[in-house]
Design a binder for this molecule. Sequence first.
Ligand code: AP5
Length: 212
Amino acid sequence: MFIVLLGPPGAGKGTQAQRIAESTGLLHISTGDMFRENVRNETELGKVAKSYMDRGDLVPDEITIKMLLERIGRPDAAQGAMFDGFPRNVVQAEALDTALAGRGAKIDHALLISVPDEELVARLGGRWICRQCGTLYHERNDPPKQPGVCDKCGGELYQRDDDRPEVVRTRLEKQKPPADLIDHYRKHGVLTEIDGQRSLDDVTASLLEAIR
Ligand code: AP5
């Protein structure tokens, strides 16, 4: 099964992808995480991506699509995957459709998580992430048992550079899923819209229901 998770920055794509992956065993592919790993490792790709991410801009399609296609060509993605943060536009969606069609597959579900802007700002400002295992927390909504320490692995928690208020504003202006991308999946009959302004468990339940 191939799934795309759509939604504005802070909608809960990453959090829900981790939960769905745990519950279904589906491979979780996050282009944001792939870029951040390249930034950490100071690769050439990471240096280029960082200049866009720090401003709250999307990384150019050519770079992003190449990275994603290389990732889904690996054996662990042969049977299915859940894409978090990809595609961001119709060009990326069509590149993914073409790659999947080439192996007799398609996107089975596009899950759009909707959350109002004021809630997104609060979520991004309070987000903490484990440096070791990537588990996501929120200081108010989903806090770790001990501040600054991951419940799962004991790793140190950090805040993302692009969660600074001025960058968040740009991301919210420029990175909401565009209408033509949503239409792309509606036309293919695979779009489900999910109200993301509910408890984590309720959102997870709706997403799992949509893909069953
Ligand atoms: P990326 O990492 O994909 O960032 P994003 O889309 O902005 O999404 P976020 O990770 O910020 O939010 P999320 O929806 O995953 O929310 P989360 O679950 O963390 O991309 C980063 C950058 O990489 C981009 O800016 C761009 O430059 C580049 N990039 C990536 N993909 C690209 C592409 N395809 N093309 C071009 N460039 C690309 O939740 C947020 C917080 O809210 C957490 O603290 C969580 O605990 C909390 N929370 C979640 N759900 C709930 C809930 N129901 N109730 C209460 N709190 C909740």
